[in-house]
Design a protein around this ligand. Structure first.
Ligand SMILES: *Cc1c(COP(=O)(O)O)cnc(C)c1O
Length: 393
């Protein structure tokens, strides 16, 4: 018989190191405040940047889509599962992103699995930033291409690796970077990366999961933020964060999207988004197109919170986005900090290895447009209290 102690022993070890993830169950919908364990707590860890996860217009759109299209797509997209509403979302999303075409997938995670192995073979090379998201790493693992990892945000090191890949006879070069690095909130130096890619005829792919709905005009993402329209070949995005729903997408040239429809395995072998998700995502795109009010509010909130935390003496890393890491470095301290915050009515999870490197544990605060000034002041007061109790400030 299989010995399940193999699992429980490892779980115990994780717990001892402060690395066991405690999964909290929400008893209320997403929003600025949540109910957890029967307790009302301020939510500082969702990716619900714009508060769209419980937005009335999106809920209405989801219900209407269910009434019109039902609850499931019935088949994979290539056989009988492409509904008009899927294509409408792809068309409007492309207009919003200012690209020729988009392909919507089940998640951002799947979007990476869809693109990377589909466009690279054993003769090619993939060049990846060392801190790229797990879904990129897994996508790269599905490809037979040679791998080169360049130093985080270091365009000069990328150039070295591009030279090396060329010298070693690689045919196609695919450069991949996160747009916003989700644990630190720093940005890829996209203008420099674009230059290097153009110099070496490399394809450039940006996974902008935390930039969609956050960066650029109306939340169009990092490519818009740096005004690089037409110079980034592939944008991968998610509908699960700022868009408030669930799903992922690939944005780029029509030829690329047509090619992926023939080759991308999560598109070919897994059913698509349900009508409710598709309808809600379409409503989110339309809302963002119509107004940038929520995006502006998000940035105002984030800059207020970050500045005040720094004034209190906290180390908030080098974030350039609403993601605010509160650096504690020690996994046990970080987990204790999070527990105490919870007792004080603040829900802010501790993040440790392997989500971040060893010795880089932190509380990652996610600011949202739905937080009020009073909410943020409440959080600042509690951070100050716990920070003093634990000798952090
Ligand atoms: C969150 C995230 C994903 C995954 O998106 P889902 O839609 O939740 O699957 C992919 N890439 C990056 C960089 C992310 O931050």
């Amino acid at each position: 018989m299989f010995d399940y102690n193999e699992f429980s022993k490892e779980l115990k070890e994780l717990e001892e190191k402060g690395l066991l993830v405690r999964i909290r169950t929400l008893q209320s919908p997403q929003g600025a405040w949540l109910t957890i364990d029967g307790k009302k707590v301020l939510n500082l860890c969702s990716n619900n940047y714009l508060g769209l996860a419980f937005n009335e217009e999106l809920k209405k759109a989801a219900i209407e889509a269910i009434e019109k299209w039902g609850v499931g797509p019935g088949a994979v997209r290539t056989i009988a599962g492409t509904l008009e509403i899927h294509e409408l979302l792809e068309k409007e999303l492309a207009e919003f992103k200012k690209v020729e075409a988009t392909l919507v997938l089940q998640s951002g995670f799947n979007a990476n699995q869809a693109v990377i192995p589909a466009i690279t073979t054993a003769e090619d090379a993939i060049l990846s930033d060392e801190l790229n998201h797990a879904s990129i790493i897994d996508g790269v693992r599905l490809s037979k291409a040679k791998r080169y990892v360049w130093k985080h945000r270091d365009a000069e090191d990328l150039e070295e690796k591009l030279k090396q890949a060329k010298a070693e006879g690689s045919r196609r070069l695919l450069v991949i970077t996160d747009g916003v690095f989700s644990m630190d909130g720093d940005l890829a130096p996209l203008p420099e990366i674009v230059e290097k890619c153009e110099k070496y005829d490399a394809l450039l792919m940006v996974d902008d999961a935390h930039g969609e709905g956050v960066l650029g005009s109306h939340g169009r993402g990092i490519v818009d933020h740096f005004d690089l329209h037409g110079r980034v070949d592939i944008e991968v995005g998610t509908l699960s964060k700022a868009f408030g729903v669930v799903g992922g997408f690939v944005a780029g040239k029509k030829d690329l999207i047509d090619y992926l429809k023939q080759k991308a395995r999560p598109f070919l072998f897994s059913s698509s988004l349900s009508p409710a998700e598709t309808g809600a995502a379409l409503a989110a795109v339309r809302m963002l197109k119509a107004s940038d009010e929520l995006v502006k509010k998000l940035w105002d909130n984030a800059s207020y919170f970050k500045t005040e935390m720094q004034k209190l003496g906290f180390d908030t890393g080098h974030s350039e986005t609403p993601i605010t890491p509160v650096m504690l470095y020690d996994a046990k301290l970080s987990s204790q900090f999070s527990k105490k915050l919870f007792e004080e009515g603040i829900f802010a999870q501790s993040i440790g290895y392997p989500t971040v490197p060893k010795g880089k544990a932190r509380i990652r605060v996610m600011i949202s447009a739905v937080h009020t000034k009073e909410d943020l002041d409440f959080a600042l007061g509690k951070f100050k209290k716990v920070g003093k109790e634990l000798g952090v400030i």
